[in-house]
Write a protein that binds this ligand. Sequence first.
Ligand code: NDP
Length: 679
Amino acid sequence: MQPLSSFLSDHWVTPDGPATPIHHAVTGEPVAALASSGLDRAAALEHARQVGGPALRTLTFPERASLLRDLGKYLLTRTEELYELSSTTGTTRADAWPDIEGGPGVLLTLASKGRRELPDGTILPDGDTEVLARDGSVVGAHVETSRRGVAVHLNAFNFPCWGMLEKLAPTLLAGMPAVVKPAPQTAHLAHALFRQVVNSGILPDGAVQLLCAEPGDLLEHLREQDVLTATGSAATLRTLRSHPALLRNLVPLHGEADSLNAAILAPSATPDSPEFGLFVREVVREMTTKAGQKCTAIRRILAPADQQSALEEAIVTALDDVRVGDPADPDTDMGPLVDLAHRSRVREAIAWLGEASTVLRDRSPFHEVDPERGAFLAPTLLRADDARATAVHDVEALGPVATVIPYTDLDEAVDLAALGRGSLVASIFGSDPGEAAHLALGIAAHHGRILVVDASIGDAHTGHGSPLPQLLHGGPGRAGGGEELGGLRSLRPYLQRTAVQGSPDSISRILSTWQPGASRTADKGHPFTLTFDDLEVGDAITTASRTVTLEDIEAFADLTGDHFYAHMDEEAAAASPIFGGRVAHGYLVVALAAGLFVWPDPGPVLANYGIDRLRFAKPTYPGDTLTCHLTCRRKTLRAGTGYGEVAWDSEVVNQDGDVVAAYDVLTMVANRSGVNGAE
Ligand code: NDP
């Protein structure tokens, strides 16, 4: 059998040297093979740095987001081939769905967030500007830019598709190229997906490469600007953390490891409550989905001691209904483990756990399959003999295996959860929000994600074991200390944050965002008459002035119904420690400012869609005269729409030059060619 090829330096390369077979999880027959010689890993890394990185960095965030969207859509039309291959790895169709369709789902989610939330450029400002000199002449800010190296992704066997794409999405969006190394057991599935990625022709040259082989000397060639991400067992992460080349070359490592995730049945989830049934369903689902080979699966079932036996009985009964057999058979609920070697490891782990626990259930009929040739294993439920025994909090059996652990009160449940020394996820099932809050806050420091379920979300929640692109995935301590997903937080490993200090003009130019104190251009006419293309950051207008009268305030109060005493009651307002007399409504100030700065005729400004960062800095009294300084602060092109978003710095000052209100006015401004290309 010819070994799987690798995609290196934009070519498919078939390795030489001895080949190792990948086995069918059900039949044990070889389905593919891997070999490792003759692959130039150093050249691949250099190709990424020299070709892929520069190509990606010339694209703006919205352009990169469009690539992700196109790729996600493309892959979703080609899933059938992957489903067929996936059953050779032991997964049922339902098991495979999060891997095969969840992966493109991450691409689409990040694409959409990238297009909506990232600036139209290649740099990402981070946070507000700091004024560093009392007179505002020196300011500082933070900016994030693409790292200039290559990201290497070492992936685990259990999510060959999702695992690849959930890492590629933020890497590419951040403007870094990547080399992906799939795990050997499911490399044929990763290979098939990657072939689709290449065939799509959507990504620039050098943006992504695939090493379907042993890592070899790959890590030896990593450097300071590169990034290594590794998903795998805690033992693998330990080895990688002390890898000499990583230490020598100061390569950042972001780890996603295994964890002994807990599900906590809260005392309020008594056997007659809906939460009890929901808990049993979730435990059984987590134990048997993908035959329990999920990093997020429930391994420890924490139950109030007086509910423990009812819970054990309910779980055993539910597990008896799980049909174990060929994953290609639609009646099958649970397929085999990935291969016989992995089954041996899981059996070994069960034996370790068995030294500290009692077996409650470990037998199942295997339907129409040969359990000697396929890696079948019965769902196995254990009960800890000692709630604090090290093994039950330390040994990951990456299969359909979980241990029931009793606790006496909420604080003990918190302590027991912490014995996992850091987990990806925990879930809490109960009807009492106070109890759930106590548990959640008690265990939060040890967890990356916490799911709280009461009956009101019994059918709507997305599950204990499902990482979501919008929410963080990862966990402290043993879970690897990494953070993935979490929306645009996922870009962090691939961006370098830099503090920049200088004059407001310099910082405005670096951030492409006008900073208070920077030059303003007021000689191009009213900026609302300029199209998105003609408008530049810093274009500004100082409006005419308007004096606020008591009649204005009373008319505004009558119009809106806002008769707050500070506007309407002379005596009460005079007694106020803040106002000392009647003042204008803050919203009246904002409305009057709009009256000063808007351009009344139809023009490029299509709409005002909101206000950001509104602050009323000082009261406005009857008789005060207001003037507005309006400055184009930031432009964000919405590609393909015919318009862009423009944020205007609006500063309303009184006759003494004191700022009374400051905010960003958000508008949509048409391109020169007009919306949808209409002149
Ligand atoms: P492994 O730790 O065995 O391997 C993970 C990856 O690391 C493989 O691609 C492997 O490739 C590579 N690898 C291992 N050692 C080295 C090394 N010294 N240098 C370079 N690469 C190396 O994990 P599995 O594939 O068996 O996956 C299962 C484990 O992953 C479980 O413990 C599970 O909990 C965890 N996991 C964690 C997830 C998370 O998000 N936190 C998600 C999915 C799984 P090779 O074998 O070719 O060396």
